[in-house]
Write a new protein. Structure first.
Length: 314
């Protein structure tokens, strides 16, 4: 009996000893998702945006000074002066040109007395710093019923808070998408609204304004037919320096509005000449196009707008 009691006592002692040496259970570490960092703009994109904000333009392949001036609603001769160019036909790809008057350029430190060409910079501004956002680290706690219940309450609370936001998204997805609204044209200044216009030529309209495809209207006619100024103004350009326009006349009517008359056979006015509304400025032709017609544009702050907004019904 004594030997059996001793064996039982030793076995019980070994069980207690092994229990004391077992490591305590630990709560699992929960990994939280890490929000990816927002990709910063590339140095070239940052530099281009900054240049446009300062009223500058980087020359691209195929550009001419006259086309750049037309796109920004400026006289190409002003661009020559602002950029101190010795030859209006000598501009190079990646050259940076001023396309706004020095005193009106945004963020200008003051009135500049002379505009200069800013050569392309080899050093672009450094990209914006990337902020690395990390999720909270898992907290290790001893396993107890109380700690487990607390962790479950925290997770349920986060899921409950995000649930209401998901419902509107599902509802919105079930509705048909509304068509994208066309960008509104800039409002007219008081001086611009007071201008009166007439059609620049007689004839059938064979192409209407279509943003991105046709920047104006095309009027069919006969070779030598009269082309007249649609409004009073000053001739800003008269020549054939813009590819695709042929013999072209550009008339400036205000600080914001100009009109363009393309594909003429003969130009009858000179740069700097003032013209009256209805005055003959050219003869209709087919220069740089496949048929006799007048391509007519109205540009507001350099951007093409629908001429039907200005021309009377006929």
């Amino acid at each position: 009996m004594t030997n059996k009691s001793n064996v039982l006592a030793m076995g019980f002692a070994l069980v207690l000893l092994s229990a004391c040496q077992s490591p305590p259970n630990k709560a699992p570490v929960i990994d939280r998702p890490i929000t990816p960092a927002v990709k910063p703009a590339t140095p070239s994109e940052t530099a281009q945006i900054a240049r446009e904000e300062r009223g500058l333009y980087t020359v691209k392949k195929g550009d001419t000074l006259i086309r750049i001036a037309l796109e920004f609603g400026q006289n190409y001769r002003d661009l020559v002066v602002w950029n101190n160019l010795s030859n209006a036909n000598d501009i190079k790809v990646d050259q940076v040109l001023r396309v706004l008057p020095p005193e009106s350029a945004p963020n200008s430190p003051g009135v500049e007395t002379a505009a200069v060409i800013m050569p392309p910079s080899d050093k672009a501004p450094p990209p914006a710093p990337v902020v690395k956002k990390t999720g909270p680290k898992g907290e290790k706690k001893p396993y107890t019923e109380a700690n487990l219940a607390e962790l479950q309450r925290a997770d349920n609370g986060k899921e409950g808070a995000s649930a209401p936001a998901a419902a509107p998204a599902v509802a919105a997805a079930s509705r048909p998408a509304a068509p994208a609204a066309a960008p509104a044209a800039p409002a007219l200044a008081a001086d611009d609204a007071s201008l009166t216009w007439i059609w620049p030529a007689e004839g059938k309209v064979i192409a209407t304004f279509d943003e991105g495809k046709n920047k104006g209207v095309d009027i069919a006619g006969k070779a030598g037919q009269q082309v007249v100024a649609a409004g009073a103004g000053k001739v800003m350009y008269a020549g054939s320096g813009i590819r695709g326009y042929g013999n072209l006349v550009i008339v400036k009517h205000s600080n914001n509005l100009l009109s363009a008359y393309a594909h003429n056979r003969t130009i009858l006015v000179k740069e700097g000449q003032s013209v009256n509304k209805g005055q003959m400025i050219a003869e209709m032709g087919d220069s740089d196009t496949d048929s006799v017609k007048l391509h007519f544009e109205i540009r507001q702050q350099g951007k093409p707008v629908d001429p039907s907004r200005f021309l009377p019904n006929r």
